[in-house]
Design a protein around this ligand. Sequence first.
Ligand code: MN
Length: 201
Amino acid sequence: MSFTLAPLPYAYEALEPHIDATTMQIHHGKHHQAYVDNLNKAIAGTEHEGKSIEELVKHAGTISPAVRTNGGGHWNHTFFWESLAPNAGGNPTGALADAIDTAFGSLETLKEKFNAAGMTRFGSGWAWLIVKDGKLEVSSTPNQDNPLMDVAEVKGTPILGADVWEHAYYLKYQNKRADYLAAFWNTVSWSKVAERFENAK
Ligand code: MN
């Protein structure tokens, strides 16, 4: 039983002009595929074969670095694709919108904090919106770590994540990570984030 790469839930060009088709093709078809392939290699013939990706990620600190990196890469990217949608963005509604106002004061402040988390993550990593003890928080992780991992500095249940590796934006935005993060919000599927929020509460 090995892991497989699911097709993107929309076309490669569906997030244009915010995230370009070529970036999506390479990001999904090459980078994510490589995490899946290398994860399968890393667990082949070990006690970890047959475990769920959540189970592997949760114990990232006590299993091999290859499983931590590639298992995290597989989980994070699957989560990322599902966080985005064509004709998305705008504003969250309902209980999620209320929780954002309670935690941050406004959606704009959440965006500022989230973008700052992405901007100050030196090198490669992720910015996250998580549910921690029933409340919303912003955090970030290095490399392919995530807030579900036992090794995470800030642990919680992610409900939104932004990939700030250069491979996520360099073709279109070059070194301008801030421009990519600004455009990212136009692709956020708030309905998906709200569904995760309900499940995490
Ligand atoms: Mn990536």
